[in-house]
Ligand binder design. Sequence first.
Ligand code: CU
Length: 185
Amino acid sequence: MRTEIPIALAAAVLAFGCGKDSSPTQQAQPAVSAAPPPPPPAASSAAAPAPSAAPSAAAPSKDVVELSIASVGEQMAFDKKKLTVATGATVHLVFKSNSTQNVLMHNWVLVKPGKEAAVAAEGLEKAAKGDYVVPGPDVIAFAPLAKPGATTEVTFTAPAPGKYPYICTFPGHYIMMKGVLTVTP
Ligand code: CU
């Protein structure tokens, strides 16, 4: 017990001695203590460009609402008829197609109320070789067409409070394959 104290004191004395003897060592210490500060600036500068360049990339780090939805077997239906998020929330939605047939593909398209038919028709007319969706004012967000068993996703900001229909715009599906996203205040 007592022998440990002298050793500790000796070590402390040696440490003091080294510090006092070599002034270069003391100069080096400020340099080391100055090193830690750089990380914070680097982190803040990294976060700064993100909001302007890629909002969706910066968002996942905080306050992201995760939603998942899937198609039901070989049916033209979503497994969830209702989804709810708060207005302004950053929403990351993952859509999975549980279909097993290539003739039965699905997507998830959030549209403005009453625009289901128009959006579905436009997608069929102009994007039949794509996702069956044409981005526009009536399309709030959409997870691209998913092949059987595949998953697609989308990140978007929840719109103003209200009820918004989501549909699948694969040909002939929107009438049956639908649900409602409720956006709360
Ligand atoms: Cu579908």
